[in-house]
Design a protein around this ligand. Structure first.
Ligand code: SF4
Length: 128
């Protein structure tokens, strides 16, 4: 019998979960206030996943970067690969919320999408 302690990330309460395992399978979860804690512990032990949020470069935009996030959770072990791929992305302005910034991020089958619009920059003309 193995035991693990996890912190639930389901809400700001951050409950400390005690997880009992037998042959890699969760047999008991305690410390959770609600059922989401139990579900989180089971998933975290067997297949940990995360949503990734970051930014990508925007060329010719009124801001130099646009915020992005994965459309769904990805395996935790793929996070750094996705972040490396995002560093290479350059989107031409304008970009809109929902635009795909990176397809099939790191082979996860999950796209990374823009979450906030970035308009084209307005060139300021100097008076003659
Ligand atoms: S177990 Fe429930 S109440 Fe506790 S942190 Fe997780 S989601 Fe929040």
């Amino acid at each position: 019998m193995e035991e693990k302690e996890l912190t639930c990330i389901g809400c700001p309460m951050g409950c400390t979960l005690q997880v009992k395992l037998a042959e890699g399978a969760v047999t008991e979860v305690t410390g959770n206030i609600c059922s989401r804690g139990s579900a989180y512990a089971k998933k975290e032990v067997s297949n940990p996943t995360r949503t990734v949020t970051s930014t990508v470069r925007v060329e010719g935009g009124c801001f130099p970067v646009a915020p992005v996030r994965t459309k769904a959770d990805i395996p935790k072990g793929k996070i750094f690969e996705v972040m490396d791929a995002l560093k290479k992305v350059r989107l031409p302005a304008p970009v809109s919320a929902g635009d795909v910034a990176l397809q099939n991020a790191a082979g996860t089958g999950v796209d990374v999408v823009v979450t906030k619009e970035v308009r084209r920059s307005q060139a300021v003309e100097k008076p003659a």
